[in-house]
Design a protein around this ligand. Structure first.
Ligand SMILES: *Cc1c(COP(=O)(O)O)cnc(C)c1O
Length: 429
């Protein structure tokens, strides 16, 4: 597989290099040089297969002969150990539940596949994972790499801006997992990570690798569950399918669009955001004007400068798709609350991120269409808000219950790169 840097098309790398490097020069994102396409018959055949066999074939179509299909299949089998069920919510709308993995969020898919691929291509060389999280990435990355040999993980998160339970899920592991609470918002954490990657000596010395949603291996893994969703639909539901994606950094939407570019029949995507609505305002008016990030109920989407957006634009350019075919919308906290109550009334307990995607879907779905929204996290991950909004007490699922009683092991740091640099250099081997 060949990939190029979106900011400098002359920089081309292999899949192994793209995984290890994360970003290219000038912090440019890597993008596949070849965009494979399946015929209608091939799509139908793929949809008949089980999740692991099908996913290995999809990934192999991108990765090519750099990694043999059998190896990919073995790795996918280790990464995707949990289901992604489609659950009906109303007559013409269903949820794709992506939260049945170890950290109860969709990021388990990408993080676990990435950990598997990195182990495959690193060939025993030491690696330091440095990543910023607005909540769920951190947990998924920490659990995906926990206990793996020759890998150290450093996770930055905005202090006090993620849910206490979320924090417990990944800041209580210890071992090769190091967590740092930064005095600042998610964008500040993301900026620190970018600075570290610009620091060539540091990068070399530590074998720095970012495991957040900019890593191409995570995006490729996420393509697979869009196929898994369609495989569970009837022929009629597949015909006019609209998919609504709750978006923060826009990795999930990028993966969905890549699934469409492979030939998966998806009529339209809805880019759904909270009040951090840089993209909806851009799509409406054509101006890219990020505001200061505001805290919302759907905190994993509190991102005003989404780092995967250039890939969305690149894909539209490469496929000659019109950007105005992308539907969009932003939902404020008050509407998120009432929508969670509406869903509970339909017998479906959800959480703020998915509720935003559902809301725009039910507002925008046309007669004859079938709608799917992504359930990106388990409701219990956002228990404080969900309990309060719905006036009931959700039980804690087991992975959370176990961790909730353990002490936090994070250290605190101001949003200052020189301090972070020292922390990185002082890490135990
Ligand atoms: C990360 C996350 C999102 C946003 O996904 P992106 O790929 O960053 O757009 C949505 N919901 C939840 C629960 C998340 O953790």
């Amino acid at each position: 597989m060949k990939l190029y840097n979106i900011k400098d098309h002359n920089e081309q790398v292999s899949f192994a290099q793209a995984i290890k490097q994360g970003l290219g020069r000038q912090q440019g994102l890597f993008f596949p040089l070849d965009l494979p396409e399946f015929s209608l018959t091939e799509i139908d055949q793929l949809l008949e297969l089980d999740l692991v066999t099908r996913s290995a074939r999809i990934l192999s179509a991108f990765i090519g002969d750099e990694i043999p299909l059998e190896v990919i299949e073995k790795r996918v089998n280790a990464a995707f150990e949990f289901p992604a069920p489609v659950v009906g919510v109303s007559e013409d709308i269903a949820a794709l539940e992506l939260f049945h993995g170890p950290t109860l969020a969709f990021k388990d898919f990408g993080a676990r596949f990435m950990a598997q691929m990195l182990t495959e291509v690193a060939k025993g060389q030491p690696v330091t994972i440095l990543t910023a999280t607005s909540g769920d990435t951190g947990a998924a990355v920490a659990h995906a790499f926990y206990g793996l040999e020759n890998v150290r993980v450093v996770i930055l998160y905005p202090k006090g801006k993620i849910s206490p339970l979320q924090e417990k899920l990944f800041c209580t592991l210890g071992g090769n997992i190091h967590t740092v609470a930064i005095e600042g918002d998610f964008d500040a954490c993301q900026a620190l990570v970018k600075q570290a990657f610009d620091d060539e000596p540091l990068k070399k010395q530590l074998g720095l690798n970012s495991a957040n949603s900019i890593n191409i291996s995570r995006l490729l893994a996420q393509i697979c569950y869009y196929f898994e969703a369609v495989a569970q639909l009837s022929q009629q539901q597949r015909n006019q399918l609209v998919v609504s994606v709750p978006s923060g950094n826009f990795g999930d939407l990028t993966a969905g669009l890549l699934a469409k570019s492979l030939g998966l029949p998806i009529k339209r995507f809805i880019a759904a955001t909270n009040a951090n609505d840089t993209v909806p305002r851009f799509l409406a008016a054509g101006d890219w004007l990020p505001n200061v990030t505001v805290a919302t109920l759907s905190n994993a989407m509190d991102v005003s400068q989404p780092n995967n957006w250039p890939r969305v634009e690149e894909l539209f350019r490469r496929k000659n798709w019109r950007l105005d075919s992308l539907a969009y919308g932003a939902v404020d906290d008050e509407t998120t609350r009432s929508t969670l109550r509406e869903l509970a009334g339909l017998g479906y307990i959800s959480e703020p991120h998915a509720a935003i995607a559902y809301r725009l879907l039910r507002d925008q779905l046309q007669p004859g269409e079938y709608g799917l929204f992504l359930g990106t996290a388990h409701p219990a991950k956002f228990k404080e808000s969900v309990d309060q909004i719905l006036g009931q007490t959700l039980p804690l699922p087991q992975p959370l219950a176990i961790r909730a009683s353990l002490p936090l092991l994070s250290r605190e740091l101001s949003a200052d790169f020189s301090q972070l640099r020292q922390v990185l250099l002082d890490l135990p081997q």
